[in-house]
Design a protein around this ligand. Sequence first.
Ligand code: NAD
Length: 386
Amino acid sequence: MARNFSFSRVPDVRVGLGSIAQLADITNALRVKAPIIVTDEGIVDFGLLDAAVSSLSSINIRPTIFSGVVADPPEPILVEALSAAKQNGCDGVIGLGGGSSMDVAKVLSVLMASDQNLVSMYGVDKVTGVRLPLIQIPTTAGTGSEATMVSVITTGETTKAGIVSRTLLADAVILDARLTLGLPPLITAATGIDAMVHAIESYTSVRLKNPISDMLALKALRLLSTNIKTVIKHGNNVEARQAMLVGAMYAGEAFANAPVAAVHALAYPLGGNYHIPHGLTNSLVLPHVLRFNSLQAAELYDQLVPVILGSDGPYAGTKESALVLAEYFTELADELGLPTTLQQMNIPERDLPKLAKEAMTQTRLLINNPRPVSEKDALKIYRQAF
Ligand code: NAD
């Protein structure tokens, strides 16, 4: 008998070149009069805010701009953003940028509307209050944060912790490839692989995997694998950029409902300790986790090989699928110009036991992995990635 499942997604998604102009329409529909745009300095410098601000000016709205987000945002950024939003009497939040900006926007929308303190929000279903209207506009095609109910914040010095709650699911999303045309090749590559990891881990998740998440993961992997090399070589190819944005959102929707697993659990300590970009941390451990899971997820990896490599991929049918995928992703990272070992990232070998210990604290992710991961296993995977 078919298993029961539930699936949540953002209700209003505007897709296409120039769709950023619809920001005014969405803002009106949500009855927001004083929005705050949450972003980072890079986005402002690249002029990526201009079209959003211009759309809002058509309805006589001048947004508050908070551009203090940094990658892997730490908690003090939320305090600063909250202070800016309160000072300006903001009644709605627009996240515009990569996952870091969108994650800050999510939590800010809750902090503005409820008395709950940040510390009590970490974990699954711990958000008790409501939020302000929330619009998300990604400028990287990777995290899928625009479509997820997750926000990842760096707590203390090095620990990345997740807040997971349906309250964080946005009211509306705009996917406009024009905002991603200037994304530098290395960020394009790392974020693109990040999206592919979301789809793979969602498809093999042992909890909450369902027919809709599967369908989205497969569609995402097809779109991402057929376009990732094009957007690296031809950054101005708008069709390929748009396909990457849609693929990343599908992957986000998939893992929002069928969550990610050991790749992310092992990647987080790399991001927290050494500030390696999130997509790259995933890319560094992915091939080794694929090999680790090879027996337990064999059937599902068999299904993914033709989707990612095409039916006449160079290795199709000749090797165990986990190995085929592991080799594919190592070669892809290399071809896209990304480092493929922890050593290349100057991570000291003596840190590996500490990283393995930290990875074990990511229990909300590890429980989704097809094969249980012990601290000893985690250390072995890091050694293989070294
Ligand atoms: P990011 O938001 O940290 O941005 C990285 C850099 O890219 C920044 O310097 C930014 O200015 C630049 N950038 C972004 N868009 C650009 C553009 N169009 N042109 C030029 N430069 C641009 O990067 P990210 O990889 O999108 O996000 C990573 C964060 O998202 C991490 O904190 C990670 O933990 C989190 N994350 C969240 C989820 C979720 O579901 N909430 C999922 C995966 C990752």
